[in-house]
Design a protein around this ligand. Structure first.
Ligand SMILES: Cc1cc2nc3c(=O)[nH]c(=O)nc-3n(C[C@H](O)[C@H](O)[C@H](O)COP(=O)(O)OP(=O)(O)OC[C@H]3O[C@@H](n4cnc5c(N)ncnc54)[C@H](O)[C@@H]3O)c2cc1C
Length: 175
């Protein structure tokens, strides 16, 4: 099998961004297509005159060891603060006693940090994906065409965990 050197990723949520980061670390070129103007997906923040509101996830819950390693790094970088102890027994405590973390400035702190180091294309809604010359071509609603050796649609349940597995699968296919 030909080794994939580039990958198109649909969606700049935490999952797509994390997968893109992992693939980059393994030397793959990535391009992320995002239909919205900003990154983060369901980690979403609204800035209004009255203040800043997170209107998607209010925290990141660590359910798996793999996700823990990502969260630990973001925590050490000062992007997240740990909420687990403070919420325990209070309204908002999921009761699972799994650690959970909030973005320091907002829930988009991590996605913005990840996206800053990754090539991403905002306001590009992927419409069609098709194979071409051993690779993939994705056409967007805006009429742009992007191509890569591999492609992954990361909008699936399990967020970062599935991003990790998707990235690992792509890497195993390409080696
Ligand atoms: C109200 C709420 C509360 C939550 N609370 C928690 C919590 O307490 N703890 C926790 O761990 N999780 C929580 N979650 C879940 C968490 O937000 C999600 O699991 C996670 O953010 C999903 O990440 P994702 O990257 O898989 O998908 P998304 O964040 O949905 O990202 C998908 C991205 O793909 C883009 N996209 C979709 N289609 C296209 C297309 N055709 N072309 C280009 N781009 C496209 C979207 O615009 C989006 O940016 C909550 C979610 C919500 C909504």
């Amino acid at each position: 099998m030909r080794r994939a050197k580039s990958c198109l990723i649909i969606g700049a949520g935490i999952c797509g961004l994390t997968a893109a980061k992992l693939l980059c670390e393994f030397g793959m070129r990535v391009s992320i297509l995002e239909k919205s103007r900003g990154v983060g997906g369901r980690l979403a923040t609204q800035r209004t005159e009255a203040g800043v509101f997170d209107h998607g996830a209010q925290s990141l819950t660590v359910r798996f060891e793999i996700f823990d390693s990502f969260v630990t790094e973001w925590h050490q970088r000062g992007l997240l603060s740990a909420l687990g102890q403070r919420l325990r027994g209070l309204p908002g405590d999921p009761g699972t006693h799994q650690p959970h973390f909030r973005g320091i400035t907002s829930m988009t702190a991590v996605p913005k940090f990840l996206a800053a180091a990754l090539p991403h294309h905002p306001s590009q809604r992927a419409k069609r994906a098709e194979t071409c010359a051993g690779g993939w071509r994705v056409t967007t609603d805006q009429g742009s065409i992007f191509s890569g050796d591999a492609f992954g649609g990361m909008q699936i349940e399990g967020a970062t965990l599935s991003g990790f597995f998707a990235a690992r699968q792509l890497l195993s296919l390409s080696h």
